[in-house]
Design a protein around this ligand. Structure first.
Ligand code: CUA
Length: 350
């Protein structure tokens, strides 16, 4: 083993890099989700996000210039040759408080004037982005209400008269307003590719404008610590053409049809006979609980359990039988069902 300090430092850095690489191609980590990788705010897909990314790059380049300037001056100060200076007799033995003229210019210019100028410039750029992202006239036809719960998102379309969960659909290219509040504690909705963060605060209504330039799925994350499952509080924004959006609205407005065959009827009975109905709503049946997500069109959603599981039969079964194993501390209790009952229930929910 070498004893040279720089060798040890290099080895430590190498080991750290190796660990990071292992994490990157190992088992699923927090950077993966049912709808793909966690998005980057540096790949904006809407006008507000583009403004924010522009501001980020401005800050990045400005700080790089300042860093280079400071390091350059430090280097220059360290390496330049300077004649030893005789202090005036009056100043010997006490700190050099009265700087000569040239050095005072450096201190005032580099220590006060330059930083003040840079900070004022950054403030002006920030205020301008805050203005441009807030002053958007949303399209009046669609207002979406979002309520933050521990740990899921209730999504209401009051004008269209239906409620869904953990998924916001918007038509592409139109600014749409979200009006948001919290049900229990403060949450924060962050859709990095579409806009900045906005808090959901109990007793208050906050507003966020969403506009996507292209059709696609945009992952959102709760960005305010709200309890043990804060990290598993995700949401998907689906932006689609106005025709597809209108179709989806019509489909969501419909109540659930009466079961068409015997198996579905049994499935519905399992659902209505179990504890499900106390917490969940399925429009068109007696189930009208409001504690958990509205399940009327559960099958049309991309994910389960607030963006943490793909919506398929296996995950749905696991979630019904033992939700606490998948997301400890959430409000849904485990449901004990026989194999047949579970199969019928899954069929019904699908
Ligand atoms: Cu909700 Cu963090």
């Amino acid at each position: 083993m070498t004893s040279r300090p720089w060798m040890r430092a290099a080895l430590a850095a190498g080991a750290a890099l190796w660990l990071v690489a292992c994490e990157a191609d190992g088992a699923p980590s927090v950077t993966t989700s049912p709808v793909g990788n966690v998005p980057s705010m540096l790949e904006p897909q809407g006008p507000a996000a583009a403004d924010i990314a522009g501001l980020w790059w401005l800050l990045f380049w400005a700080s790089l210039v300042v860093l280079a300037l400071v390091l350059g001056l430090m280097g220059w100060g360290l390496w330049r040759r300077r004649e030893p200076r005789e202090l005036p007799t009056s100043m010997r033995g006490r700190p050099e408080r009265d700087l000569p003229g040239g050095e005072r210019t450096w201190v005032v210019g580099g220590g006060i004037v330059l930083p003040t100028g840079v900070l004022i410039g950054v403030l002006a750029a920030t205020l301008s982005v805050m203005r441009s992202t807030a002053n958007v006239e949303p399209s009046p036809d669609i207002v979406i209400e979002v309520v933050g719960h521990q740990w899921w998102w209730e999504v209401r379309y009051p004008g269209q008269d239906f409620i869904t969960a953990n998924e916001i659909r918007i038509p592409v290219g139109q600014p749409v307003e979200l009006r948001m509040t919290g049900n229990d504690v403060i949450h924060s909705l962050w859709i990095p590719e579409l806009n900045g963060k906005m808090d959901l605060i109990p007793g208050r209504t906050t507003s966020l404008i969403l506009q996507a330039d292209q059709a696609g799925e945009y992952l959102a994350q709760c960005a305010e610590f709200c309890g043990t499952q804060h990290a598993k509080m995700r949401l998907v924004v689906v932006a689609e053409t106005s025709e597809a959006f209108a179709q989806w609205v019509t489909q969501q407005q419909a109540d659930v049809a009466e079961p068409a065959d015997e198996e579905l009827r049994r499935g519905q009975q399992v659902f209505l006979g179990a504890a499900c109905v106390y917490c969940h709503t399925v429009r068109g049946t007696n189930a009208s609980g409001r504690v958990g997500p509205d399940l009327t069109h559960l099958a049309s959603r991309r994910t389960l359990a607030a963006g943490i599981l793909p919506n398929n039969r296996g995950h749905l079964a696991g979630w019904i039988l033992d939700p606490q194993a998948l997301k400890p501390g959430n409000l849904m209790p485990p449901t004990a069902l026989s194999g047949d009952d579970l199969a019928d229930l899954l069929l019904y929910l699908e």
